[in-house]
Design a protein around this ligand. Structure first.
Ligand code: PAN
Ligand code: ZN
Length: 183
């Protein structure tokens, strides 16, 4: 019997994912209007600035029971005093859960229930985060290096960004006196 090569390769040291079925995407500042509080600072920044990137391994079509594996790379930076972060989302199929785990850099994970109550977990190399269904999630890079975070989620989960676009998260992470604080 033939022994096959793996479909993809994950390099833990550099937090990179490669393979034919790995899809890379980038989110630039210009794609994040209204996400950061300081619209004046946002307008003064280069709209081509890459805020975060995602590598995702997708094996087959989205389906019930399927899984996706990805790595998010949130670059260091701020808009005004607010740290770079992901757009954040609920899963379109609301009850779908997800695991995140810290691979490099430091940051925070904002977790919001549908009643808008928020929990914040510290993300660091080795940290493991279970995101239950019905919980919106957003990564914030509070450090000076890129924040690398692994993720595994159901392939049929989908992303619902609308609820976040409409009302945002009730908590923001800003730098105050050289420290990251949640306000
Ligand atoms: C992650 C996120 C990734 C980018 O793969 O999609 O961190 O964040 P946004 O999707 O909020 O832009 C995940 O949670 N997938 O379900
Ligand atoms: Zn998700």
């Amino acid at each position: 019997m033939n022994i096959l090569q793996a479909q993809a390769f994950f390099d833990g040291a550099s937090a990179t994912l490669s393979g034919a079925k790995v899809v890379h995407s980038r989110k630039k500042l210009k794609e994040l209007p209204g996400v950061f509080a300081d619209s004046g600072a946002f307008a003064r920044m280069d709209p081509e600035t890459v805020v975060y990137e995602v590598d995702a391994h997708q094996e087959g079509e989205a389906q019930e029971g399927g899984l996706l594996f990805g790595i998010s790379h949130v670059h260091p930076g701020k808009v005004g005093d607010e740290f770079f972060m992901t757009k954040g989302h609920y899963h379109a199929l609301r009850n779908r859960a997800e695991y995140y785990w810290g691979l490099g850099g430091e940051g925070l994970l904002l977790l919001m229930q549908e009643d808008r109550s928020v929990r914040v977990e510290r993300v660091c190399p080795g940290s493991l985060h279970y995101i239950p269904g019905n919980v919106a999630h957003r990564l914030v890079n509070t450090g000076l290096e890129t924040l690398h975070v692994g993720a595994c989620w159901p392939s049929d989960a989908g992303h619902d960004y609308q609820a976040i676009t409409d009302a945002g998260f009730p908590a923001r992470v800003v730098e105050k006196d050289g420290r990251a604080v949640v306000i």
